[in-house]
Ligand binder design. Sequence first.
Ligand code: DGT
Ligand code: CA
Ligand code: CA
Ligand code: ZN
Length: 577
Amino acid sequence: MDNKLIADLFAEIAAMLSLDDKPTIRFEVRAYQKAAQTVSSLQEPIEDIYKRGGMAALMELPGVGKGIAGSIEEFIKTGRMSKYEMLKKKYPIDMKGLTSIQGLGARKALALYKALGVKDIPTLKKAIAAHKISKLEGFGEKSEEMMQKGLDLLASSSGRMLLGEALPVAEEIVSKLKKSGLVDEALVAGSARRMRETVGDLDILALSGKSAQVMKFFEKLPEVEETIAEGPTRTAVRLKIGLNCDLRVIPVESFGAAVQYFTGSKDHNIQVRTISVRKGYKLNEYGLLDRKGRIMPTKDEEGIYAKLGMQWMPPEMREARGEVQLAQRNELKMPVELKDIRGDMHTHGRDKDWNTDPLPQMAGTAASLGYKYFASTNHTKSLNVENGMDEKQFAAFFKQVDALNRKLDGRIRILKGAECDILKDGSLDLDAKSLKSMEWVVGSVHSAFNQSEQEMTRRVVKAIDSGLINVLGHPTGREMPSRDAYKIDLEKVYEACERNMVALEINAQPKRLDLNDTNIMAASKYKVKFAISSDAHRTPQFGYMRYGVGTARRGWLTKDRVINAMGLKELERYLEI
Ligand code: DGT
Ligand code: CA
Ligand code: CA
Ligand code: ZN
């Protein structure tokens, strides 16, 4: 019997009791709090004490009276505590889940339940997203922020991690392995190679004959927190960023098969294996074996797909969504690539907005990436926290953009635009004259996320139908891990976009990736174009583009659908600017 288990139950009982306003209950609350302390600080299992001296022995413990001793006895005998269960019925709260969030104790959790009906992590997320907690007495903006951080932390420590946080670390490890001189080849496989928006763990493969040395080198890397399991072919570690990472060292004759196998996905692999069986082969992580069980050496995965009579396909497409069948018929179209991207259609930056880098710096970075153009799309006036501008301020700002464009002298062109708020009722945050003067307008929802599906759909469709926006920014509004997509009928949105020649954004911010892969696939059935955009607020964030492209590729999006895969001339023609 775990003392902590009982102590936690008592603490929770105390918290639930404290919700009652009756003054007499205070004694009981204090008693349970005290009992929780006593039990958790005991040096021996409470069960042993009970077995030795029964109820009497329990009641000798400080703060334990007859009632509480009875609860302990009941729990030891039956594994249940009726006092707890009774209160739990009254307050149906996932206390364990909620209190696992840093900055949220049982008392606060119960207060949130009473005031806002928060009963578990999903309802807490909703309350935070709707900014309900900051308005609550005794909570405020700070504690809402704290809870948001706690949620993020929880997601990153217990569950899956954002690709944008995990992939750079994986690539750093791979690069160090390559520089070590111990491996002939190394790469990131698994979900990270497939550019899934979140990863459960990292899978790194190395081609080397010096397995023991490679493993030793790997375990000593500064990114590694501790070794979990160690072996000649696989070593598993916990990384400091709070994610597990497997390293597998593979001999040359198996490398192609291993890359294919460990890239996955599992469902894709199962389909591919069926094909190999039909051909009389056997495919596993060690190799592709012929009818006689001999390894057919394939140094890369292209060789595997070729021997199976299939097109090779990018890892992003390997999710068993029909790619295997198309590849067999040689009908798979290759998706857009990072090198196809010529510009960025959603960026922030001006010197009076301290959340961003100044525009000249943004332009410098965009040019250094080889971009031919990018759209400056700062926030509009109703977004106070983001220093949104009104019509006049935009006009003045665009004079600066003109001057900068002249100075840049064709090295790169900055398009004058805005990320215009779509207000609650679907109207736009700037007047039509101001919006018409712009070359590229992103329309985005940044408020009132909790509207009904009908309201939200009507709101967004109205904005698309206004004829004043060029692209719908982050169309579902989700922010991983804490904010889910708002309720909206996306089919109606796609239809409206088709009707008005409004593009859909694939926002590349790692926490957004919005539209996501499956939505991109669904939207592609309509005659719509897409803008893959970094939404950079600072220069390094231009680098988020790869996650947007990865998501587009997961959605099988081809280059001809992507606005910012156009050259500058083509784009100018398209936009009639
Ligand atoms: P994750 O880590 O949850 O983000 O997703 P993955 O895809 O990285 O999955 P993981 O790390 O469990 O395994 C890496 C790859 O190994 C996976 O994508 C495909 C392959 N694999 C793992 N288990 C199986 C299996 O039972 N059958 C087959 N065919 N392949 C598997
Ligand atoms: Ca993995
Ligand atoms: Ca793994
Ligand atoms: Zn933005």
